[in-house]
Design a protein around this ligand. Structure first.
Ligand SMILES: Nc1nc2c(ncn2[C@@H]2O[C@H](COP(=O)(O)OP(=O)(O)OP(=O)(O)O)[C@@H](O)[C@H]2O)c(=O)[nH]1
Ligand SMILES: [Mg+2]
Length: 511
């Protein structure tokens, strides 16, 4: 039953997650509960897994995708890359972000691919991003000269990465002819990274789906161009293949998602409060969850889009209430919407969480833009969802404080809003500085948002009350009542509704 394992990966079992090991007993217990639910429904669909594997191993498609975006299965091969970051220097369409930062992000993308080496890295001013050859004639000659010189001395380059969202088919074709090298844009580099990091079948199918709008847009560019090279980009049968592929991918994803909904309902019934950890890519989401749960299996990586599956990890709040932390896909600006849309569905679960922790990298120069980008995206995602993006559900966390000089950190803390809800919690997931305080705040929010409270109830020893409390609340401590040897003092975290039920069932009777 291979799909059985798939669904489990997503939520609890991190054994396949970044190569880690199965976590502790609590984790196992939840996984087991989910498995009971999963087993029945998976038995019904043994054929699905075959279709899914065929969609991933499809030679005919591979040849189309490799010609459209130079994305191949041989991505572990060594590549020698020249990065060119175009930016508009003047005028109303001037790039809002400093070109140095754009270039840094482009370099981080390339570094996320293990055997890709950055040989050259340049930022180049352009008048507009729409020109057929992108660069002015003089600039283009200069770039050709630089690349040529590099080819003759030093390690020969194997591709040029132009750090622009998407290049049109014509831009790519023109530049490939000029540079005599394959040319990639941000979309194709990100797809390459996503392919590498996709672990579960759902993530793999999502990446596959994310590739299609790109291929279609290249086909459209090619057809729309009067000066098309005359070469047919896609044959009719290839087009049909792509259409069929898209339908199949959507079908399979729908199947997987309805399955996920089943698990989500199941989890709701079990009543675990859920905390979603979101943020810009590489901000330290996975590291924070590792710090909060002490789960050794989690492996943070200094790579963009390291996490592609929403996974859940159990942890305890200081009051001993168990919560599930959801690790999510990172956000990134200047990624064409079509690409990330496919992953948005995986964020659905996160959007339904009781509390959302927004992790920010305090050591990143572009922190405030990153924060604004994440907030905008979250607000859009939630506009269509069941729950709204209200400040009382969000905790802002400033991570990597160990990398920031103390005086700067202090300033940033003072800058954050005075109210407890708007506060920026400064922490280091690495040194664990501030993590305990964050847990205390998390507890406060979780209890408030889910309408739970911590109380101590006095119950008769050996009575039915104890069993009832274990079943319907989180019992965090029991102690003998110093004033009455036949009674116990039970500390619980309980919802208002359950507390009413308890009063109704036991206290009135007793009275
Ligand atoms: N110095 C320092 N490094 C940190 C801290 N937290 C995370 N890192 C590092 O930052 C990098 C990214 O961490 P991850 O936890 O993988 O980040 P993420 O947000 O999950 O990234 P994606 O899944 O790619 O979106 C890793 O190299 C971590 O070791 C911190 O508090 N201090
Ligand atoms: Mg991560």
């Amino acid at each position: 039953m291979p799909q059985f394992n798939l669904s489990r990966d997503k939520y609890t079992d991190s054994s396949k997650y970044k190569g880690g090991k199965v976590a502790g007993q609590r984790q196992k217990a939840i996984a087991q509960a989910e498995d009971e639910e999963t087993a029945a429904s998976d038995d019904d669909h043994p054929a699905e897994t075959n279709i899914q594997s065929e969609l991933i191993e499809d030679r005919e498609y591979d040849s189309v995708v490799s010609s459209a975006m130079h994305v191949t299965k041989r991505m572990l091969n060594v590549q020698h890359v020249a990065i060119i970051q175009p930016f508009i220097k003047w005028g109303p369409r001037k790039s809002p972000t400093k070109p140095e930062l754009l270039l840094q992000e482009a370099e981080a993308l390339v570094r996320s691919l293990p055997k890709w080496n950055i040989e050259l890295s340049m930022k180049v001013p352009v008048e507009t991003l729409d020109k057929r050859q992108l660069f002015g004639t003089g600039k283009l000659e200069e770039l050709k000269g630089i690349i040529q010189a590099r080819q003759e001395a030093g390690t020969p380059l194997t591709c040029v990465f132009i750090s622009k969202g998407t290049l049109t088919f014509n831009q790519k074709q023109t530049l490939e002819k000029e540079f005599r090298l394959p040319v990639m844009d941000r979309y194709s580099v990100v797809v390459q990274i996503l392919r590498l990091h996709a672990v579960s079948m759902e993530a793999k199918l999502q990446v596959a789906l994310a590739e299609l709008p790109y291929i279609w847009s290249q086909v459209k560019d090619h057809e729309g161009s009067a000066k098309g090279s005359g070469r047919i980009f896609l044959s009719d049968s290839q087009r049909q293949m792509l259409q069929l592929r898209e339908r199949k991918l959507r079908n399979e994803l729908t199947n997987i998602r309805s399955h996920r909904e089943l698990l989500r309902n199941r989890r709701r019934q079990k009543n675990f409060p859920v905390v979603a950890v979101v943020g810009y890519t590489n901000a330290g989401k996975t590291s924070l969850i590792k710090a909060l749960t002490e789960e050794q299996s989690l492996q943070p990586r200094d790579q963009l889009f390291a996490t592609l599956d929403v996974t859940a990890h159990a942890g305890l709040l200081p009051c001993k209430l168990e919560v599930l932390y959801m690790d999510t896909v990172g956000f990134m600006a200047d990624i064409p919407t079509g690409l990330i849309e496919c992953f948005v569905a995986t964020l659905e679960d996160a959007m339904l969480a009781d509390v959302i922790v927004h992790v920010q990298d305090m050591a990143h120069e572009n922190r405030s833009e990153q924060r604004a980008h994440v907030e905008r995206t979250l607000a859009t995602l939630m506009r269509n969802g069941e729950r709204s993006f209200t400040p009382d559900r969000v905790i802002n966390v400033g991570n990597k404080i160990d990398l920031v000089p103390e005086s700067v950190a202090l300033q940033q803390e003072q800058h954050s809003t005075a109210s407890e809800d708007g506060k920026l919690h400064l922490i280091s997931s690495q040194t664990l500085h501030g993590v305990h305080e964050l847990l205390v705040e998390l507890e406060r929010r979780v209890l408030r948002v889910t309408g739970r409270q911590r109380i101590v109830i006095r119950v008769p020893m050996g009575g039915p009350e104890m069993a009832w409390l274990y079943k319907n609340s989180a019992v965090t401590q029991t102690a003998a009542d110093p004033n009455n040897a036949e009674r116990l003092l039970v500390s619980v975290v309980i919802t208002e509704a359950k507390l009413q039920q308890f009063r109704h069932s036991f206290i009135r009777k007793r009275g």
